[in-house]
Design a protein around this ligand. Structure first.
Ligand code: TRP
Length: 361
């Protein structure tokens, strides 16, 4: 069986380094590993509209921002297909049929939906489209027969929901759809990178993000004022690693050879951590190291972005071509789905013959 990746993001803002370590960096590695037969990366504008219906301009603008982030981080349109969700109307049709296989009680139990509802303070005015987006996400994944969904932990309930829909569909209508699996980040720190203020998640509304395209100076300022250990007041004090954002970021970004380059007194992160917990290592030194590492990793991405920004028509061309190619694939799956559901009345000679026979005596 082919190995196929589908993953994506909502275009609600520029991508930040949480997106980068949580999924984008991995996608680029998977793309370049050559292990996958097809890779689809979706800009999920229709999903973004489920809770932004009053702000279409925001979604529209951010489609290009996200595409720029993808391509500057190393997503190569020659190797991966970047597509815009709304340009594939077949997805909506799949969603409509899958909706019959999911109960409202099941949607209510979805932990991601639960926490998103809480964050958005919808109260009792939940848009139906938002409430049912897990079904539409199942359409996204199955339309491309994806086997693998590289994504953050928060997408687990969506993939589980998809697995259930696939199972139920195949059970009722016969083996048609492919069961996908989530591919989580391998490193704990990358699962959910906290905001620079130490709060649970990076989010634009909390103002605690470092963007992928952040200017070097702003990036340094944000890193130098990051949350660390509030009890680590003097350099000689023993420091704590748990909940210490700077160390969580180091876990996500640091490799052993960074030490030779930026801080040769230590061989690796374990030695640095040991010194910090023992006492005698100041926060500023650790933050400087982190700044050097992140700047080094993001500089080529920023440069690539600046180049791409000079050729916006090319970016649109990539999105258009990718969406067209993806649409053909989704249309084939939709045909199979409808045939399995017996929704093929006019291209089915056996059906016409059976009707003729029924009324001929
Ligand atoms: N729900 C994802 C997010 O919030 C975006 C998304 C839409 C997605 N469709 C997808 C992710 C399919 C993985 C697979 O970022």
């Amino acid at each position: 069986m082919s190995k196929i990746i589908l993953t994506g993001d909502r275009p609600t803002g520029r991508l930040h380094i949480g997106h980068y370590v949580g999924s984008l960096r991995r996608r680029v590695e998977l793309q370049n590993s050559g292990e996958f037969d097809k890779i689809y990366i979706m800009i999920a504008d229709a999903q973004a509209l489920t809770d932004n219906s009053d702000n279409p301009d925001k979604i529209r603008e951010n489609i290009v921002e996200v595409a720029l982030d993808y391509m500057s981080a190393g997503i190569d349109p020659e190797k991966s297909t970047i597509l815009i969700q709304s340009m594939i109307p077949e997805l909506t049709e799949l969603t409509f049929y899958y909706a019959n296989l999911v109960t409202t009680a099941r949607l209510e139990r979805n932990p991601t939906i639960k926490s998103e509802l809480q964050m958005r303070e919808f109260g009792s005015s939940i848009p139906v489209g938002f409430y049912t987006y897990p079904i539409s996400q199942a359409a996204d994944i199955t339309a491309f027969k994806a086997t693998t969904v590289p994504a953050g932990e928060d997408q687990m309930p969506m993939v589980e929901q998809t697995q259930e829909i696939v199972q139920r569909f195949n059970y009722i209508y016969g083996e048609t759809l492919v069961t996908p699996h989530i591919l989580l980040p391998s490193n704990q720190a990358c699962l959910r990178l906290p905001g620079t203020d130490g709060k649970a998640k990076m989010s634009k509304s909390l103002g605690n993000c470092i963007y992928l395209s952040e200017e070097p100076d702003d990036m340094r300022k944000k890193i130098m004022s990051m949350y660390t250990d509030p009890e680590h007041l003097r350099v000689e004090d023993p420091g704590h690693l748990e909940g210490n954002t700077v160390f969580t970021y180091l876990d996500a970004f640091c490799k052993d050879d960074h030490f030779a380059e930026f801080l040769p007194e230590y061989n690796n992160l374990d030695e640095l951590k040991e010194h910090y917990t023992r006492g005698g290592l100041g926060d500023v030194k650790v933050k400087k190291l982190l700044n050097n590492i992140i700047q080094a990793e993001l500089a080529p991405i920023r440069e690539k972005r600046q180049m791409l920004q000079k050729d916006i028509p090319y970016v649109y061309e990539v999105l258009k071509k990718g969406s067209e190619e993806a649409r053909e694939v989704a249309a084939r799956t939709l045909d199979e789905v409808k045939a399995a559901m017996k929704i093929n009345y006019f291209d089915n000679d056996a059906l016409i013959q059976a009707s003729i026979a029924k009324y001929s005596n």
